[in-house]
Design a protein around this ligand. Structure first.
Ligand SMILES: *[C@@H]1O[C@H](CO)[C@@H](O)[C@H](O)[C@H]1NC(C)=O
Ligand SMILES: *[C@@H]1O[C@H](CO)[C@@H](O)[C@H](O)[C@H]1NC(C)=O
Length: 245
């Protein structure tokens, strides 16, 4: 899944209305660059040409013409203007949840539980619980052994951004699960009404091997059958040949 979307909320705004005659017209933009970030722009256009703007990343006004450079310098000295722009930026920011709640609901993670063999003999193996492609960022993974929380020998990554507004996280539990032990990874996330449990199934790994052996056996069997058939055919032909010679 790859969401690539830059939302541009544009509105002709009142901020520059008092200076309208001077500035032409102003546009206020909330540029939602990610689900966590916004760039607030107050732009001054004249005849559709951008003459200058306040950019919240820079935190100041920038002029692109001689005249507007002077104006920008003046505005940058004016605390009240700068404060107002900070407030406007904050308004953009408070709109992020609104914008994105409309656009997208929380995204439920895909969870994988697997055994990671380690070449390190001191830590011969660990279980890894990975949650992929979730939103929002906040998530909680908890390891449970027979229903009780395990806190020792647990290491976890941070929520890692995928670069597409979705996140992933990986939690490791150093353990070699014993047969009959119930190890599970509990996932708590905004997308889930209640915690979701992912049970470690030791047979799943063994089953995978069994299937592999089964397939190999089947192939081997097929080879035997085929070579047997060829052998039988050769035999029959030679048998046919034998009595005639
Ligand atoms: C705002 O400023 C930042 C930092 O200089 C820059 O990367 C970004 O392109 C600017 N945005 C616009 C729309 O000019
Ligand atoms: C294993 O533990 C989880 C979490 O406590 C539980 O949901 C699940 O039913 C248990 N499974 C077995 C086979 O006991």
């Amino acid at each position: 899944m790859h969401i690539h979307c830059t939302l541009l909320l544009t509105s002709v705004f009142l901020l520059f209305s008092r200076a309208d005659a001077y500035f032409g017209y102003g546009l206020i933009r909330c540029l939602f660059t990610s689900k966590d970030d916004v760039v607030y722009l107050a732009q001054i256009y004249f005849n559709k040409v951008l003459m200058g703007q306040y950019n919240s990343t820079l935190g100041k006004y920038v002029g692109y013409t001689e005249k507007l450079k002077e104006v920008a310098d003046e505005l940058n000295k004016n605390e009240r203007f700068l404060e107002q722009e900070k407030k406007n930026e904050q308004k953009c920011r408070t709109n992020i949840p609104l914008v994105f709640n409309v656009l997208s609901r929380p995204v439920e993670p895909t969870v994988k539980l697997r055994l990671v063999e380690s070449p390190d003999s001191e830590h011969p193996g660990m279980l890894m619980c990975s949650a992929y492609n979730f939103y929002p960022k906040h998530i909680k993974l908890t390891w449970l052994r027979d229903g009780k929380e395990v806190t020792t020998d647990v290491t976890s990554t941070e929520e890692l951004p995928n670069g597409n507004w979705l996140y992933q996280i990986h939690s490791h539990l150093e353990i070699i699960p014993k047969p009959g032990e119930n190890i599970s990874c509990m996932v708590e996330h905004a997308s889930l009404m209640e915690p979701k449990f992912y049970d470690w199934d030791p047979t799943s790994e063994a089953q995978k091997n069994k299937i592999a052996i089964g397939v190999a056996g089947l192939l081997l069997g097929l080879v035997f059958v085929l070579s047997g058939a060829v052998f039988y055919k050769r035999n029959t032909t030679s048998r046919i040949l034998v009595p005639t010679s």
